[in-house]
Design a protein around this ligand. Structure first.
Ligand code: FAD
Length: 284
C-alpha cells in the first residue's frame, strides 16, 4: 500500500515525532511505500487568502469557495496545494498525526485541510439537486481509501470517557473523522490516541510504540468506524435528517451517525490494559 502521513508538530524530537518514526519504520518494514508531509518543516502556509488564487483579478471580490472551485477546475491552484492533492491521490491510506491542542488539531494542520481540500476535489463533488446532495459522507473523490488519526493528548483517558469533563474523545474527534475525512469519501479507522502524553516515560513509550506498530500492521484489515452513508438510504433528501427509528436505543448527537455503535470507540493507548469497551470490537 501507499501511505501518506501528514505530521503536524514543531519539534522533530517530540513524542509525536517519535511516533511518526515508529509508524514509518513499521510500514516500510511491511513493504509499504510511505511519504510524509511534515507541515512545520515544509513551512506550510496555513491561511486561505488571495495569494492562493493567482488567477483571480486584483479587483475581484474574494469568495473563497468559488475561487477554490474555479482554481481547481482551471488547474491554477498554487504549487504547494497541487503537490498535496497529488499525494492524496497517490496514497491508499492517509494518516494525520498531531498533538491535541485545544481539543482539536494544531492550526497549521487545519490550514492544510482548508487549502488542500479544494472545492471540486474534496467537496462540491457530484450531483446537487432536490434528489441528491452530492457525493460525500462515504462517497467522493477519496472513496475506496482509508484514513486514520494518531493523536497525543495531555488529559487522562477518564477525562475523555462518556462522563468525563472533556467530553468523549469520539465526539471531540467527530468533526475531523466524520466532517473532514469521511466527507470526501475515506473509510475512517478508529483513532490511535495516547493519553497522559506529557507524563510518558521511556517504559510507557515502548508499550505505546508496540501498539502503534500493531495498528500499522493491521491498517488494511482494521474495520472502519461504521459511519452511515449519506446516499445509502438512511437519510431523507434534501433535509439530510436521519430517518426515524434507525438509531440505537438511547443514541443521540454524533452517535446517531454511526450505524454500529460497537465499532466507534477510540483505542486507548494511555492504559496498559485497554478494556473491551475501549477498543473498537472490529479492531481487537
Ligand atoms: P512531548 O512534549 O514531545 O513529549 C511528551 C512526553 O513524552 C515527554 O515527557 C517526553 O519525555 C516523553 N517521551 C517518552 N519517550 C519519548 C520518546 N521516545 N520520544 C519523545 N518523547 C518521549 N491536552 C489535552 O488533553 N487537551 C487539550 O485540549 C490540549 N490543548 C493543548 C493546547 C496547547 C496549545 C498545548 C501546547 C498543549 C495542549 N494539550 C492539551 C497538551 C498536549 O496535547 C500534549 O502536550 C501533547 O499531546 C504531547 O505530545 P508531544 O508530541 O508534544 O509530546
Amino acid at each position: 500500500m501507499k501511505v501518506l502521513i501528514v505530521y503536524a508538530h514543531p519539534e522533530r524530537r517530540s513524542l509525536s515525532g517519535s511516533l511518526r518514526d515508529v509508524a514509518v519504520r513499521e510500514l516500510e518494514a511491511q513493504g509499504h511505500e510511505v511519504r510524509v508531509s511534515d507541515l512545520y518543516a515544509q513551512g506550510w502556509k496555513p491561511d486561505v487568502d488571495r495569494a492562493d488564487f493567482p488567477s483571480l483579478p486584483a479587483d475581484a471580490r474574494l469568495a473563497p469557495a468559488a475561487a477554490s472551485r474555479q482554481a481547481f477546475e482551471a488547474g491554477t491552484l498554487t504549487a504547494d496545494v497541487k503537490a498535496e492533492i497529488e499525494k492524496l491521490l497517490w496514497a491508499d491510506v492517509l494518516i494525520l498525526l498531531f498533538p491535541l491542542w485545544w481539543f482539536s488539531m494544531p492550526a497549521i494542520l487545519k490550514g492544510w485541510v482548508d487549502r488542500v481540500f479544494a472545492y471540486g476535489f474534496a467537496y462540491g463533488v457530484g450531483e446537487h439537486s432536490e434528489k441528491r446532495w452530492g457525493d460525500r459522507y462515504g462517497e467522493g473523490r477519496l472513496a475506496g481509501k482509508r484514513a486514520m488519526l494518531i493523536v497525543t493528548a495531555g488529559g487522562w483517558q477518564e477525562h475523555y470517557s462518556a462522563r468525563g469533563i472533556n467530553g468523549p474523545i469520539d465526539d471531540l474527534l467527530f468533526p475531523i473523522n466524520h466532517g473532514i475525512l469521511y466527507y470526501p469519501g475515506y473509510d475512517v479507522l478508529p483513532p490511535f490516541v495516547v493519553y497522559k502524553a506529557d507524563k510518558l516515560d521511556e517504559g510507557g513509550f515502548r508499550a505505546i510504540a508496540e501498539r502503534l506498530r500493531e495498528r500499522m500492521r493491521t491498517l488494511a484489515t482494521t474495520s472502519p468506524i461504521a459511519y452511515r452513508r449519506q446516499n445509502g438510504g438512511d437519510y431523507l433528501i434534501p433535509s439530510m435528517q436521519l430517518r426515524a427509528g434507525l438509531e440505537s436505543p438511547g443514541a443521540s448527537g454524533f452517535a446517531l451517525h454511526v450505524g454500529r455503535t460497537e465499532a466507534r470507540s477510540a483505542i486507548d493507548e494511555g492504559s496498559p490494559t485497554p478494556s473491551a469497551r475501549d477498543v473498537g470490537a472490529a479492531t481487537v
